[in-house]
Design a protein around this ligand. Structure first.
Ligand SMILES: Nc1nc2c(c(=O)[nH]1)N[C@H]1C(S)=C(S)[C@@H](COP(=O)(O)OP(=O)(O)OC[C@H]3O[C@@H](n4cnc5c(N)ncnc54)[C@H](O)[C@@H]3O)O[C@H]1N2
Ligand code: MOO
Ligand SMILES: [Mg+2]
Length: 643
């Protein structure tokens, strides 16, 4: 049975043209990079069906292109290399010889876009075109340039392939979407207040609630998402790349919990600052050995000693943590002594017997044995947890330079939502997302601002987002990102806020419509995580994307989530999308790996599937070869709670 794929997958062949790679004198980095971009659906849903490398020879290139194009198994051939000015660069010439029709628009798109990056792009000579039902695109040889050029034309490639393959239903949808997109762009361009702002900088205060999104066009709304479906790995990479570390500031050690240190921290003085007793007992002269000692006085922690120097044949009573007096070089615990003589009805100790001979230094912490004066106690970049707060206190460092932590504004969108304490009317449900996400982030020591519930109208969305980005570095919304007529978040971001939407769909379950955007404002870059409204999807995607981004913004060394191996405690039918299966993960005595037990039905709406879940089992997408996984199968597991 064929696996169920949601979007047509482009069959891609990759040809590296390089004398050096072919002779194995250089690594084929561009070919590997292109393979990764296609396999991970970075630009469009794709599948690599062939990959090869040939030298810079016209005949070798032609032979491969002909074989692949005429096999009818390939929709798109990407060549990399041989498009420059050196005498051996002949890929365009070889390509042209086998083309039925040229596609110069693709060449122009790649070169003009590349010129914005480097003037040397004018020396690139790609030759793109069509042979039969196969589109051939010449990309440059360097991995970076090949990636960039593919990105410049990637948006048009699925449509080009649909046209070549005669998939008229998909072609029609795209045409209609293009019309809507053009109309949206016209509206955007007419937005005079925004035109005053430099293109990449949004003034956060200029146009609140004055949205240009036209929500009335329900019949003309997009019927296919214009956002390519990208992999989770690619989405996480994008998020972490966009999450820049914040500035530093100096704060009290008491407020430092959960921050990352910006500077190394040194001890001003030694710990202990005096030789201290490890035991409750007697400070003695070790050379006296076992036997009777006269008790000179006592030393308790924090008290002034009532004695001078300990001399041979004498001792002083001492408590744990108290300074060891001069002359004494060992401490004998009280259990190793007997009382010989006392006075004042037991109020004064006059003489004790040491039962075992002590050794020099016994039960004494020398000065600086825990922390030496001027030693580095904490390194820059280290995370401040409870122990680190204690360490700062113990060395007397009361002010520390730390990286700022991001402030996160949380918004729930949905006409149907009411606060949990409100009596439900028909059609209403309680807002569970906001408090859940707030709790999740507070648990991670991040500062959150509750921005309430907003209606599904462009005006309220714009107003809320504008307010939120004035107050916070990161805005997390839930709801309104899928295909419904009231799902207006992406449009408000794009049209009103001129946001850069980095992705709007991810190949995962739950969480497919997860949207990530950035807006450059006069008060800095703002990150928008627009999570799906389904509570489980919101919870899972907050763990997957928001939490790592917040760690990166706070300069934590390890931003990514922890992934361990775990055994499935159950048999599971796989989903067409990679699934993040909520599970209770625990160690079973005698077993080599933790076992993940399912939390039951995994519907995105069923919040009970997150109850007590401390792990997400990463289940692969269903394929023809693998439709289910048996109990005991070992999978990756993302830790999201206490083990
Ligand atoms: N035609 C399509 N429909 C849908 C698609 C699709 O690809 N094509 N994707 C589905 C997937 S997958 C998801 S996930 C959801 C995401 O929807 P939205 O992000 O647009 O969210 P809403 O439509 O606003 O709400 C969805 C669902 O969640 C409930 N909800 C919303 N907010 C809250 C909250 N704060 N607390 C509790 N529950 C909440 C809401 O009432 C809806 O039931 O779209 C699918 N549809
Ligand atoms: O991706 Mo949605 O989150 O399945 O329900
Ligand atoms: Mg929706």
């Amino acid at each position: 049975m064929a696996s169920k794929v949601e979007v047509p997958c482009i069959k891609v062949a990759i040809l590296t043209v390089s004398d050096r790679c072919h002779a194995k004198k250089a690594e084929d980095k561009s070919g590997s990079k292109l393979r990764q971009l296609i396999s991970e659906n970075i630009f469009f849903p794709g599948q690599v069906v062939h990959q090869d490398c040939v030298p810079d020879e016209v005949n070798a290139i032609k032979e491969k292109l002909l074989a692949w194009a005429d096999s009818k198994e390939v929709d798109l051939i990407l060549t990399t290399g041989g498009t420059g000015f050196s005498p051996r660069d002949v890929t365009p010439e070889a390509t042209r010889e086998i083309l039925d029709r040229e596609a110069p628009g693709l060449n122009i798109a790649m070169v003009t876009s590349s010129l914005e990056i480097t003037p040397l792009a004018m020396l690139s000579r790609p030759s793109c075109g069509i042979r039969g039902g196969t589109l051939i695109v010449n990309l440059p040889g360097s991995s970076k340039a090949a990636t960039e050029c593919l990105r410049f034309v990637a948006g048009a490639l699925p449509h080009a392939v649909d046209l070549l393959q005669g998939r008229m239903d998909t072609v029609e949808v795209t045409h209609r979407e293009m019309q809507v997109a053009v109309a949206m762009k016209e509206v955007r361009d007419k937005a005079s207040p925004l035109r005053e702002a430099p293109p990449s900088v949004t003034k956060p205060h200029i146009h609140r609630s004055n949205s240009l999104v036209d929500e009335t066009q329900v019949a003309n709304r997009l019927r296919k998402s214009p956002f390519p479906m990208i992999s989770v790995a690619a989405a996480v990479d994008i998020v972490l790349k966009e999450a820049d570390m914040l500035n530093t500031h100096v704060i009290s050690y008491k407020d430092a919990l959960g921050h990352v240190l910006a500077d190394d921290v040194y001890a001003k003085d030694a710990l202990p600052p005096f030789p201290a007793s490890v035991k409750d007992g007697y400070a003695v002269v070790a050379a006296d050995g076992a036997g009777n000692r006269k008790v000179l006085g006592h030393s308790t922690a924090g008290s002034k000693p009532d004695f001078g120097e300990v001399i041979p044949g004498h001792c002083i009573r001492i408590s744990t943590g108290a300074p060891v007096p001069k002359g004494a070089d060992a401490v004998i615990e009280v259990e190793q002594t007997e009382l010989v003589k006392s006075a004042d009805e037991g109020r004064t100790e006059l003489e004790v017997k040491i039962l075992h001979p002590p050794t020099i230094g016994q039960d004494i912490r020398p000065v600086g044995c825990d922390i030496k004066a001027n030693n580095k106690v904490l390194s820059a970049q280290s995370w401040i947890g409870p122990s680190e707060v204690g360490l700062l206190a113990t060395i007397g460092v009361t002010k520390v330079k730390v990286y700022k932590k991001p402030v996160v504004a949380i918004v729930s969108t949905g006409n149907e939502l009411v606060d949990p304490g409100v009596q439900l009317k028909r059609g209403q449900i309680r807002d569970s997302n906001r408090c859940m996400i707030e709790s999740l982030l507070e648990q991670g020591n991040f500062e959150v601002i509750d921005m309430g519930i907003i209606k599904d109208t462009p005006g309220s969305i714009l107003e809320a987002l504008t307010n939120a980005m004035e107050k916070a570095d990161v805005v997390v919304t839930t709801g309104g990102v899928s295909m419904g007529e009231k799902d207006l978040l992406k449009q408000v971001l794009q049209i009103d806020l001129r946001a850069r939407i980095h992705f709007g769909r991810v190949f995962m379950k739950p969480g497919k419509p997860t949207t990530f955007a950035t807006v450059n404002t006069e008060i800095g870059k703002k990150l928008f995580f627009c999570l799906p409204g389904n509570p489980v999807s919101a919870m899972v995607t907050c763990n997957l994307y928001v939490v790592p981004a917040l760690r990166k913004l706070s300069s934590r060394l390890r931003a990514r989530n922890t992934i361990i191996k775990a055994k499935l405690g159950f048999t599971i039918d796989l989903d067409p999308r990679p699934e993040y299966h909520r599970a209770i993960v625990s160690w079973v005595e005698g077993d080599d790996l933790p076992v993940g037990e399912t939390t039951g039905v995994q519907d995105s709406s069923r919040l009970l599937s997150t109850r007590s879940a401390n792990g997400l089992l990463l289940l692969p997408a269903k394929t023809d070869e693998q439709a289910s996984l048996p109990a005991g199968h070992v999978v990756d597991c993302m830790i999201i709670g206490r083990m």
